[in-house]
Design a protein around this ligand. Structure first.
Ligand code: XMP
Length: 518
């Protein structure tokens, strides 16, 4: 069993980030709602607890509380923000309600020698309402800030700590070191959560679940389904049947890439269904976004069902569910969480299909999925591929979806994407101080405008460019792409793509806009 840290979720928007940061330190961490059954958490045999922040005050009616069994476990604890307040409250210290939130960067001073925080001053990110008025017995102050004498506190003999700030966010530059000290030095966790280790244990689990049965996967070329398929293939070889539906709505070269990657890298053949003509005739005359989605989704399901039947209706289906999906769907019991997520199931399969699921990525974050994919030898373009909606280019081709307009969009998108890759804006790994683009694509608008090219009047369509940064796709910021890059993309699109005479850049965040235009 690998060493692990359990994260108790008090409803903070940053809880998943804490789990990711711990895993970046190669220590397995798992999130549990604050009121989860203790036996489930202790079954992991964690070496320490991290208590997340949360939107409540400890004095609220039904405020989430620290389970006494966590204190009784004798393991190290790190309380973050609300987690610190819940720890204080549980240990009979005093938490003071305050009308005013402290939000933003602050400077802390650490004087006391202690195993959690390096001495000296550092800048941290604060986001809290209540604060600690008096510490519980046995605790000492470890750091102070202008607004609080207890920006951090610790009971050194019990290895219980609380920090008022958020060590998990980018804006606390020394946060990684604080978490490293906690998980490695204070809890004594080994760095054993590695891609190789993840692959070995998941191959074993898949083998024992699948037995000698056959397994089917809908290969979309997306990162998650490809890595999931690669893991299952490593576990059971040719008993995996991969079905790839080419909807005719994919990006340039994508169908070919998926085919090559599956046949070459997974070393087995793929059932390719060319559904382009069928899709375009079903979409003829349709302009309503929801109707497009429905038509494509239904067709996809019918085709997949048909292929499953031809393959003798395998018992298992591989799904690329990843950890954030699991946490989000389990946290609706947790009424503290204020996140609202829209689910996109188009291009997915209905729950009514008769399969048992194999979900090898259920416990992995996206960045871990990518590392596993790379370790399994999947091609770079596949591992670093951006999310792509199930209905494909149909929802980026506003107005009617015709083969000619999709081809126009595809050509513009290819120019944009290749320039972004060349300039280093796409396909690179996230670092702590620079968020790369989460998604960037072209959109074709059914808007004609007047232009002039070579002294001739033109009256043609418009391409909109979209590029966003985002941690989780629930909110996103438009990216400040350099002007020279935008200029190059614009001029290439106008010169190389027939039928387009105007290019615009989308400067809307989500909310109020969504990432896709439809
Ligand atoms: P929005 O446009 O809602 O998109 O901000 C958030 C993320 O979801 C992707 N998306 C979809 N994915 N089927 C999918 O599989 C869909 O119908 C769909 N619509 C949007 C979008 O690309 C972005 O990553």
């Amino acid at each position: 069993m690998t060493d692990s840290i359990v994260i108790i979720d008090f409803g903070s928007q940053y809880t998943q980030l804490i789990a990711r940061r711990v895993r970046e330190l190669q220590v397995y961490s798992e999130i549990f709602p604050w009121d989860a059954d203790f036996s489930g958490m202790s079954a992991l045999r964690p070496k320490g607890w991290i208590l997340s922040g949360g939107p409540n005050s400890v004095y609220d009616d039904n405020a989430p509380q620290l389970q006494p069994a966590i204190l009784e476990s004798g393991l190290p604890i790190l309380g973050v923000c609300y987690g610190m307040q819940a720890l204080t409250y549980a240990l009979h210290g005093e938490v003071a309600g305050s009308e005013k939130r402290e939000y933003g960067s602050a400077q802390i001073e650490v004087d006391a020698e202690n195993p959690l925080l390096p001495q000296g001053s550092q800048s941290v990110w604060m986001s809290h309402g209540d604060r600690i008025e008096s510490m519980p017995p046995g605790f000492q102050a470890l750091a102070r800030s202008a607004s609080s004498p207890y920006a951090a506190m610790g009971n050194l003999s019990r290895k219980w700590f609380g920090v008022q700030f958020h060590p998990e966010v980018h804006h606390t530059p020394g946060g990684r070191e604080i978490l490293r000290r906690f998980v490695h030095e204070i809890c004594g966790c080994a760095s054993d959560w590695t891609p190789q280790g993840i692959i070995e244990s998941s191959v074993q689990q898949i083998r024992s679940k699948a037995g000698s049965e056959r397994v089917i996967v809908a290969a979309s070329g997306g990162v998650d389904s490809s890595v999931a398929a690669a893991l299952v293939h490593r576990a059971i070889g040719d008993r995996l049947v991969a079905v790839f539906v080419d909807t005719g709505l994919l990006r340039k070269n994508e169908a070919m890439q998926v085919e090559t990657a599956f046949t070459r890298n997974l070393g087995h053949s793929l059932v390719v269904v060319n559904a382009g003509d069928e899709m375009f005739s079903a979409l003829k005359g349709v302009t309503d976004p929801e109707k497009k989605r429905r038509i494509i989704g239904e067709k996809f399901i019918r085709i997949f069902e048909n292929e499953a039947k031809k393959a003798g209706n395998p018992r298992f289906l591989v799904q690329g569910t990843i950890y954030p999906d699991v946490v989000e769907s389990s946290s609706h019991s947790n009424s503290q969480s204020q996140t609202i997520k829209t689910h996109h199931n188009v291009g997915g399969l209905p729950g009514t299909m008769q399969f048992e699921l194999i979900e090898p990525l259920r416990l992995l974050f996206k960045d871990e999925v990518r590392l596993v994919g790379e370790t399994l030898g999947l091609p770079h373009e596949m591992v670093w591929r951006q999310p792509f909606p199930g209905p494909g280019l149909a929802v980026r081709c506003l107005g009617e979806v015709t083969p000619e307009r999709v081809e126009r969009l595809r050509a513009a998108d290819e120019i944009y994407t290749s320039e972004l890759i060349a300039a280093g804006w796409l396909h690179s790994q996230e670092t702590r101080d620079h968020l790369p683009l989460a998604q960037a694509f072209a959109v074709l608008l059914p808007v004609h405008s007047v232009g002039v090219m070579g002294d001739r009047r033109t009256y043609q369509e418009t391409v909109a460019l979209r590029a966003v940064t985002s941690e989780d796709f629930m909110t996103a910021d438009w990216a400040p792409l350099p002007h020279d890059l935008l200029a190059r993309v614009s001029s290439r699109i106008i010169n190389e793509v027939a039928g387009v005479n105007r290019v615009v850049y989308d400067i809307t965040s989500k909310p109020p806009a969504t990432i896709e235009w439809e």
